[in-house]
Write a protein that binds this ligand. Structure first.
Ligand SMILES: [Zn+2]
Length: 196
């Protein structure tokens, strides 16, 4: 199991998902960490995250892009606003993607999210049979993809998930740092996920 305790300096293919390639329908070119599509959509996710941060929620944004390169769902963290413990950006984006297609099976889709998913979101991602996960900043406190846990590679997972981490990672990390400095200085970026 790969454990990453430090931030990612550059985009990296964290999990190749070799065992899943037969069933995954994503373009294999997307497994290239420097693929320009990744930076584009992560930039959009950063804007969603900023909107969340402006309203008092921890800034996290997520976008689901289908096999034709179209964004079919997007969401921002709404936990505080909605009083919803499941209101994370990834959960909301996956729900909207499934509803829009009337199909929970998202194996041709890429999920972009600005922060490494937590255990709840990682579970939802596995259940969606997602084609590829691309995230920005590492969450050293509660990340469930590669830093604290690796749920996709665990015995509880029946889906081998390709993962790229660190796309616009420094921008994503800085956004969280600035938000915590301004909104919750008492908790200044010890671990961003504590209150997501
Ligand atoms: Zn989450």
């Amino acid at each position: 199991m790969l454990r990453i305790s430090q931030g990612l300096e550059t985009p990296q293919l964290i999990t190749s998902g070799n065992a899943a390639r037969k069933s995954c329908q994503i373009d294999r070119a997307l497994l290239e960490p420097e693929h320009p599509q990744h930076q584009h959509w992560m930039g959009q996710a950063l804007q969603l995250a900023a909107a969340a941060g402006a309203t008092g929620d921890v800034p996290v944004g997520a976008i689901v892009v289908d096999g034709q390169g179209r964004a079919i769902a997007q969401a921002e963290n709404r936990k505080q606003r909605d009083g919803d413990p499941t209101g994370h950006a990834e959960i909301l984006a996956l729900q909207r993607a499934g509803r829009s297609r009337q199909n929970w099976h998202l194996n041709d889709c890429v999920l972009y999210v600005t922060l490494e998913p937590c255990p709840m979101c990682a579970g939802a991602i596995i259940n969606a049979r997602l084609g590829l996960l691309v995230f920005g900043a590492i969450d050293p406190k509660a990340g469930a993809i590669c830093s604290v846990l690796n749920l996709p590679a665990s015995a509880a997972s029946n889906h081998r998930l390709p993962v790229i981490g660190g796309v616009l990672g420094q921008d994503c990390q800085q956004q969280l740092q600035v938000w915590f400095q301004q909104k919750r200085p008492d908790r200044f970026y010890t671990q961003p996920s504590e209150n997501i």
